[in-house]
Unconditional design. Structure first.
Length: 298
């Protein structure tokens, strides 16, 4: 695997728990991105974030002084709209989650009703909702009992907080809704579903053999990459890879700092050089902007 690191032309990264945690970047993250950029490698961020947009995520990364001006960012918040449109056309939705999720659904022509609306819907879409209540649980179950299908932005139960705590995620809300409704049929759009990986490869113009997926979550980043035919690198943060999965990632490292060190030790990435590829000049390539550039509006 180490001898193959220089072979990859595209490096797909998870964000939270991989590049940063909360508002803090991991040591070595900035240096690794700079090295990849200088060596003309393509970088793509794929996040299961279900309540922010790619624009707001980019703004946060820039505030962390990371060189992400030209790096495409794909967030699950902005995936549900095109996924539903491509598979079902324009549909009626009851939505639980952020205003950003609702806006993204409307952007693709879907009709979005408040979760407490009496209107009939085709789908109940669940994203991370920090204001989730008993009433929303009741209303979402009612909509499902009325014939709507359940869509989760992602399956994540939690994401890591800055102080090592677990921050509840979309999957925890979905679990509560399923427990009450007894609805087992469920579609999810974010990782490990193949949809974000296909979108990323289409945009980068690469095939699975030339990509590597790098992340910290075995059940989303690593399974998703493997199922898409992409080699994987797992950031363990001192944990053991789950034996129940029945396979191992191509490479396991403790964190991004160790990955940077391995790259340098094996002379796969050299320091210096020009700003090829997704450069660091502070300007984005023509046509490369957040939200709609990689997911054209119907």
């Amino acid at each position: 695997m180490l001898q193959m690191l220089s072979h990859y032309s595209a490096y797909m990264f998870d964000l939270d728990g991989c590049i940063y945690s909360g508002k803090k970047i991991y040591p070595g993250a900035k240096e690794l991105l700079i090295s990849l950029i200088r060596n003309g490698k393509k970088i793509y961020f794929i996040s299961n974030n279900s309540n922010e947009t790619s624009h707001s995520v980019r703004t946060k990364l820039l505030e962390m002084e990371l060189p992400v001006e030209k790096i495409p960012i794909l967030v699950a918040t902005e995936l549900v709209g095109p996924y539903l449109f491509e598979k079902y056309g324009k549909v009626k939705i009851h939505s639980i989650g952020s205003m950003e999720l609702e806006s993204s659904l409307k952007y693709y022509g879907h009709t979005v009703h408040p979760i407490d609306s009496e209107e009939q819907s085709d789908f109940v879409v669940i994203g991370r909702d920090t204001a989730f209540t008993y009433q929303k649980l009741y209303d979402s179950v009612k909509a499902l009992m009325g014939g709507a299908k359940l869509i989760a932005v992602n399956f994540d139960m939690y994401h890591p907080g800055e102080d090592g705590t677990r921050v509840p995620e979309t999957g925890a809300l979905v679990a509560a809704i399923q427990a009450v409704s007894e609805v087992n049929e469920l579609e999810s759009v974010g990782k490990p579903h193949g949809y974000p990986f296909r979108k990323a490869m289409e945009e980068l113009g690469v095939d699975p053999q030339s990509c590597v997926m790098i992340g910290d979550n075995p059940y989303t980043d690593i399974i998703g990459g493997r199922d898409a035919g992409i080699d994987t690198i797992w950031f363990s943060h001192g944990k053991t890879f789950p034996v129940d999965l029945g396979f191992q990632p191509e490479l396991t490292v403790t964190n991004v700092e160790e990955l940077l060190r391995r790259f340098e030790e094996n002379h796969c990435i050299t320091k210096g050089g020009g700003n090829e590829g997704q450069g660091m000049d502070g300007a984005m390539d023509e046509g490369m902007h957040d939200h709609a550039w990689h997911l054209p509006r119907p």
